[in-house]
Design a binder for this molecule. Structure first.
Ligand code: ADP
Ligand code: MG
Length: 360
């Protein structure tokens, strides 16, 4: 139904979408997940030409949209409905008028027919009772359901949802997700950008993980959530936040490392003691690294689910064991900063390295 090939979008010098390839078949429900700022909204906006891509092609029902130069964007948007995070209802129109206006103005539908159709859709999303209300009288969940009805009124072939529940009070998330789920069961083709992982897992036929300007990994919900193949996907779906820092020499700037790490930690509820211990650990270890063998990579990981903070240090495999080189005093100080530690040789990016692991 839609083929996206080598899609590229730059804003000035910033390349947001590098090379995005997606093939959407009719009836598919595709969830798009990924860290914020990776271009998920930009991708949806490019798909319905709210943003003009800077390269690549979008083929809808066999018709190439970008090569011709003069695309009929309004015709395209009739096929592709979009539901936004911020609802975008017309505040001066009632719920019913919001749902009628598109078909009357753009599809030439009579007022009677548009109203009948709108009432059917409002009933479907549980909003028939609120047809005469103004948007300002509605809760967030009700606004979003009205926005979905408005989108459906144009009889789209596909609906693009851009984080439809992220502006909602937590108590209202499920009423909107239920509506989207019922659309899925009716066979509506949908692309849903969402942070609701359990929803994405249940509702979608395919999950795309976006990162680095590309579809970094894709698969069935089971593949992506239970056995992701690539490191970044794994980190994301396990809600593990990581902080990476590379140290090139013994003369590294400890204060810069400390400042960057504290900034990372400030986003989470970590105890001061844990943050101090994590830094102390790095400081002690880095005194014992012979940088002649190569650099040291630090990876702090914080698991939001468990509150667990860990430190991994990747060192050149050729290096001697760090622990055996350490004096008794430093060893004791290091032990005092962590609850467990291991040292092993491991594969990273196709290379063997010496890997130290600590739980803080
Ligand atoms: P996501 O939806 O995954 O959080 P976005 O698509 O909103 O990401 O944004 C991706 C990147 O593109 C961000 O760095 C953002 O600042 C940038 N960006 C988005 N829209 C514009 C724009 N109109 N002009 C300049 N930069 C933009
Ligand atoms: Mg976004």
């Amino acid at each position: 139904m839609i083929q996206i090939q080598h899609l590229e979008k730059k804003f000035g010098h910033l390349t947001v979408l590098k090379d995005v390839n997606i093939h959407i078949r009719r009836g598919e429900v595709i969830s798009v997940i990924g860290p914020s700022g990776t271009g998920k909204s930009t991708l949806l906006r490019c798909m319905n030409l709210l943003e003009l891509p800077t390269g690549g092609s979008i083929i809808v029902d066999g018709e190439e949209l970008l090569s011709t130069g003069h695309v009929d964007a309004s015709k395209l948007r009739r096929k592709m409905g979009m539901v936004f995070q911020s609802f975008n209802l017309f505040e001066h129109l009632s719920v019913l008028e919001n749902v009628c206006i598109g078909p009357i103005k753009l599809l030439g539908m009579s007022k009677v027919e548009a109203t009948r159709n709108a009432m059917r859709l409002l009933k479907m999303v549980g909003m028939a009772e609120k047809a005469r209300s103004m948007p300002s009288e509605l809760s967030g969940g009700q606004k979003q359901r009205a926005a979905i009805a408005r989108c459906l009124s144009m009889n789209p072939e596909i609906i693009l949802f851009d984080e439809p529940t992220s502006a909602l009070d937590p108590t209202m998330v499920s009423e909107v997700l239920s509506v989207i789920r019922s659309l899925a069961s009716q066979g509506m083709t949908m692309v849903i950008v969402t942070h609701e992982m359990s929803f994405a897992r249940r509702v979608s036929s395919r999950v795309l993980y976006m990162d680095e300007g590309v579809i970094y990994e894709e698969g069935t919900p089971q593949q992506i959530f239970e056995s992701p193949q690539r490191e970044k996907t794994r980190v994301f779906v396990n809600s593990i936040r990581d902080f990476r820092y590379t140290v090139h020499s013994a003369d590294y700037d400890f204060f810069a490392l400390e400042a960057a790490f504290r900034n990372f930690c400030s986003k989470y509820f970590l105890s001061d003691a844990a943050v101090d211990n994590a830094l102390k650990l790095a400081e002690i270890l880095l005194q014992h690294i012979p940088f002649a063998y190569g650099e040291a990579k630090l990876i702090y990981r914080f698991a939001e689910k468990t509150g667990h903070l860990s430190l991994e240090m990747e060192l050149p495999a050729a290096m001697e064991s760090v622990f055996s080189e350490m004096g008794a005093e430093d060893y004791a100080a290091m032990r005092a900063c962590c609850t467990s530690m291991t040292e092993q040789l491991a594969e990273r990016d196709g290379q063997t390295c010496r890997l130290l692991r600590f739980s803080v």
